[in-house]
Structure formats: structure tokens, C-alpha cells
Design a protein around this ligand. Structure first.
Ligand code: SF4
Length: 225
């Protein structure tokens, strides 16, 4: 159920962060394919390592669906070594590319012409694609109106008393999607802001609340939604 106070507060946070960071223009990537590849490679690693792997793929002419489809998994693993868990990620990337090539002929336009809720179900059936990766692909490569929940989102909103640590991905996502305008550009920008905030201020062990732009919102909320 929509709670107007929560809607207002979330939107105010988003505006405060917009003023603080400006427009963040996420996700880094020159094409939808590059964004989708990045979303898979970024699991459990930092973006710097992913960036190196993507550069190497570009050098090898591998940011192209047909080339990736024909590339063997082991050789792909060696190329993306910098992003960690490279054998596993090569398999996951191949799983996605096989799905994309076989079902949509590698066409980004065809992929995203499908109803996004149906496409989300299809993506979640691919071995190695979980909700955060599927939603990052839909939001950032496809401009679909779905909110991405990550560890930063959880941490920040747990500290602001919105959720318990046990709250499910779906529960948190639903909260944002009913309390924010259903607009992919708002979801895009807000998620990017939360990642920046998590890195700059809301550290795992030592949150820098006194310097954080969201400090005026601390302790305002006393119960879970
Ligand atoms: S005010 Fe503190 S708890 Fe809230 S986001 Fe900033 S650092 Fe995290």
C-alpha cells in the first residue's frame, strides 16, 4: 500500500542527492551490449576490474554478439581474468549470450521489444542471472521501469529504519516501485546515487553520517514499512 509520507521522503532524498551529485549518467557503457556484459561481469567485484575486462574484450573484438557466441568459454575466461571468478563469469556470460543469440538473433531491439515483465522471467531462468543482474540489464540497457536493489540500497535504508536486514529483494524492490514515480529515469538516477552514497559515506563499518547529504533524514523514520 502506498504511504504518502514514504513517497514524499523518498522523493526528497532523491532530490537532495540530485543536488549533491548532479546527474550521474549511468550506466557506464557505449552500447546496450556493453552494459549487459558489464552487469554480468560486475557480480562480486569492483567496477575497475570489470572495466579492464571490458577493454580487453574490445581489443579482442569481442563486444559483438556473434563473436561472443562463437567464442569458447575457456578462452573467454582468460580474456576477462581481471574481473575475478573468471571461469564462472565466462560461463554466465556465455549462458546469457546463447540465450540472446538463439532467442533474439542478438538483436537488442528485438530483446527489448518484449514486455519487460516477461523478459525478466526469461532472464531469471538463465543460469547465473539473479534478480539484481536481470534488473540492471532491464533498467540500464533497456530503459525499463524497474528498480535495482543492491547491497548499498539495503544498507542505507536499513540504517534509516525502512527495512530489517532480513527483508527480501522483492520486498525492497516493491517498496521503491510503489513509492516512487514509475519512471525509468528516476530509478536509473536513484540507484546510481545510492551506489555513490554507499561508497562515499555509508561505508560498511564506519558510516560518515555527519558529512553525508542524507543526514537530515536520519532517525526520522521509526518503524518498518
Ligand atoms: S546519513 Fe549515515 S546512515 Fe544515512 S546514508 Fe548517510 S552515512 Fe548512511
Amino acid at each position: 500500500m502506498v504511504n504518502q509520507k514514504n513517497s514524499n521522503e523518498l522523493y526528497s532524498m532523491h532530490q537532495v542527492l540530485l543536488e549533491f551529485y548532479g546527474s550521474l549518467h549511468w550506466w557506464p557503457g557505449e552500447s546496450s551490449l556493453e552494459i549487459m556484459v558489464g552487469a554480468i561481469l560486475t557480480q562480486n567485484t569492483n567496477w575497475q576490474n570489470v572495466s579492464k575486462a571490458i577493454e580487453k574484450m574490445k581489443e579482442e573484438g569481442l563486444l559483438e554478439v556473434t563473436a561472443l557466441f562463437h567464442m569458447d568459454e575457456k578462452s573467454l575466461g582468460k580474456i576477462i581474468k581481471s574481473c575475478g571468478y573468471y571461469n564462472l563469469k565466462a560461463r554466465r556470460l556465455k549462458n546469457f549470450i546463447n540465450f540472446f543469440y538463439r532467442n533474439y538473433g542478438g538483436s537488442v531491439e528485438r530483446l527489448f521489444s518484449v514486455d519487460w515483465k516477461i523478459l525478466r522471467e526469461e532472464l531469471l531462468k538463465i543460469n547465473g542471472i539473479g534478480p539484481e543482474t536481470a534488473d540492471s540489464i532491464l533498467l540500464y540497457a533497456g530503459n525499463k521501469p524497474i528498480f535495482v536493489v543492491d547491497a548499498y540500497t539495503r544498507r542505507i535504508f536499513h540504517r534509516h529504519n525502512y527495512f530489517s536486514f532480513k527483508a527480501s529483494y522483492q520486498e525492497i524492490q516493491h517498496f521503491f516501485m510503489v513509492h516512487l514515480p514509475q519512471d525509468h529515469s528516476v530509478y536509473n538516477e536513484f540507484h546510481a546515487q545510492l551506489v555513490m552514497l554507499g561508497k562515499d559515506f555509508c561505508n560498511k563499518n564506519n558510516p560518515l553520517c555527519s558529512q553525508c547529504p542524507l543526514s537530515p533524514f536520519l532517525n526520522k523514520k521509526t518503524s518498518h514499512s
